[in-house]
Design a protein around this ligand. Sequence first.
Ligand SMILES: [Zn+2]
Length: 469
Amino acid sequence: MKRKLLKNCSWVVTLDEKSAIHRNTDILIEDNKIKEIGKEIQCDADEFDCSGKLAMPGMVNTHHHLYQTLTRCIPRVQDAELFEWLTNLYEIWRELTPEAVYWSTLLGLGELALTGCTTSTDMFYVFPHQTSGELIDEQFKASKALGMRFVPCRGSMSCGRSDGGLPPDDVVQDADTIHADCERLIKKYHDKDPFAMTRVALGPCSPFSVTPSLMKETAQLARKYGVKLHTHLAETKDEEKYCAEKFNMRPFELMESIDWVGEDVWFAHSIYVNDREIRRMGETKTGVAHCPVSNLRLGSGIAPVPEMLEAGVPVSFAVDGSASNDSSDMLGEVRTGLLAHRFRSGTTSMTAETALRIACQGGTQVLGFDTIGTLKPGMAADIVLINMNQMPYAGALHDPMAAVVFAGATHIVDATIINGEVVVWQGKLTRVDEAEIICNANHIAAEMVERAKRRTGIDFLSKPLLIAQ
Ligand SMILES: [Zn+2]
């Protein structure tokens, strides 16, 4: 049995039902669980001095496209809206290789761990025909190397350009190939244990890249195996128009018509949902991955999160893909989310504690874990330590929990403990080499852009944008 004692944490923000914050308190970890939270715990354990630090539950990221870490800040699409942005980037994403998937996953999950996230999903859906197709296996390899709790969605696209979809034909797959790989991944990686480090969800990309019949069949498959369902929904006005023209329905109505609502379903974005749809999402406990930075970055809008919370919708925070966020900064996402809602609906629309609860417990609810999101005995030892003894927090210790959201500069936490293992210590990843990740990611990113340029003749590194050609 392995024991770790987090000695004398200056603040322990439990996010429990009483919103308890303990001062000068120890946390005892036994293997992968929290054993005890109390003063001056005496026992035989590896001790970590936590004075000056704030302990809080690890945050949960419920939407990402980790491969996009390799296409951040591409000049050609920096100022584009979603559909134009996608059409251009697909040309670079066609160049993805297993190696690119591995290093981009390590990079994105590494950034998340450094900024206080302990559990993440991903939605990977670009399967270039020249690769083996076993690309999510590369992601699991990376999450294991890093030590992140990981619940990727087996994404899918079945509607290429020749069928009226957005993606090029050579990155989409037929329904049989998609279903076979979904089933293979569930059998290989989906662990039903309450403290699982790996699970699988199924995630057809969006209503404009798969057929309704594929969505229906995916839901049947997910329910057969008891795994979660995830897709993009109601992100932009364009999507609303597309669904009206193609299906004569609003995006959420389309989902209702194919049995894609319920507590096993969560949608990314959900900006353009009306009052009836919010009410239905609350009644059915259909979850939302709220991605404020990506939504602001692409000018998509601000999701009606206070209204969703009022209606009982499970809402979580997510950084979204790095080509629409340029960052996998989990704590930064929480801060921006709070500011976005205050801009949209006034200062009382979201408190710092609500924002942290969305990040921790909202994510837990959406991904279906009841062992994470709160610091108390018996819960998973997924704990973040933030060093409050830094310039950006000085003068803000009247309310350290609020300081974590409102103040801070780099958002790099002092330590991240996942499943009882120290994954970040003194602001550095402990189990993988950060310099190697940076070097490989930069090299692979440059090569993908160069290959895409040679194939298409498009200079992705130049502005201004000439999308209308
Ligand atoms: Zn997305």
